[in-house]
Design a protein around this ligand. Structure first.
Ligand code: ADP
Length: 239
């Protein structure tokens, strides 16, 4: 079957630093893919290139058969790619539900504001914020802002969801709940790429794991295979 997203030779430098350096990957529909690697290996930059938050220097990204590497971010969102950020981005003066509704209005299945609010409510329940829909987003803790971001991403009805360390900072109970939640999202048929340092979560959720170091892919396979690769062990020890 054709891949949902195919990345070929993707590159981005900051000055002389090659943050992403000829990165290629092919991800099938319905996969949950872990993107791991030591700090500074280029994972977040790779996500930013996929979503159009940063322009690529070089490379091709085909999503659903369409070239997206030169598209602006809002068109990529419309095409069906949604994300959460490592440093959360919520609109503090809007309510929690309004923040999520924005995701529906600007997402892959755009709708009017009234429908967007109706879409927001069950999604907030799903991420554990159901009782707080009409509170200001500024009232949320960091972890709850991450929950809000996930609901906002889902409100756009994406076919590809990118999670940037969405599980970081959760306590053990929240981590179990977070893993279960991501599993239900995958069961809905949404393809997921997750940048994550919590390796237990990668093992629990991902059928496919890609390891980056110094902007390049150094291993891939099942989490068990990829994480045991000698190049990966060496990259982590050298961190
Ligand atoms: P990771 O997500 O794997 O920790 P990043 O993609 O955040 O890695 O960063 C890869 C490299 O690019 C790092 O050396 C980082 O310092 C650098 N980098 C990332 N963003 C910028 C930027 N906007 N300007 C300059 N350097 C950056």
């Amino acid at each position: 079957m054709a891949a949902l997203i195919e990345i070929s030779g993707l590159s981005k430098a900051f000055g002389g630093l090659r943050a992403v350096d000829g990165f290629s990957a092919s991800i099938g529909r319905g996969e949950v893919v872990g993107l791991v690697g030591p700090n500074g290996s280029g994972k977040t930059t790779a996500l930013n290139l996929i979503t159009g938050n940063l322009p690529a220097d070089d490379g091709i990204i085909r999503f659903n058969g369409r070239r997206i590497e030169a598209m602006p971010a809002h068109r990529i969102t419309r095409a069906g790619i949604a994300r959460t950020f490592q440093l959360v981005r919520v609109m503090p003066s809007m309510t929690i539900a309004e923040n999520v509704a924005v995701g529906a209005i600007f997402g892959a299945a755009p709708c009017r504001p009234a429908e967007a609010m109706a879409r927001a409510v069950p999604l907030l329940a799903r991420v554990g914020l159901g009782a707080r829909a009409h509170q200001p987003a500024a009232s949320l803790t960091y972890i709850d802002q991450k929950r809000l971001e996930l609901a906002r991403a889902l409100a756009g009805r994406p076919s590809l969801l990118l999670l940037d360390e969405w599980l970081a900072g959760l306590n053990p109970t929240e981590l179990d709940e977070g893993i279960a939640l991501i599993r239900t999202i995958a069961r809905d048929g949404i393809t997921i790429i997750m940048v994550e340092h919590v390796m237990d979560a990668i093992r629990a959720l991902c059928g496919h794991c890609i390891v980056m170091n110094a902007g390049r892919k150094i291993a891939e396979g099942t989490p068990a295979e990829a994480l045991a690769d000698p190049a990966v062990v060496k990259a982590y020890l050298g961190d």
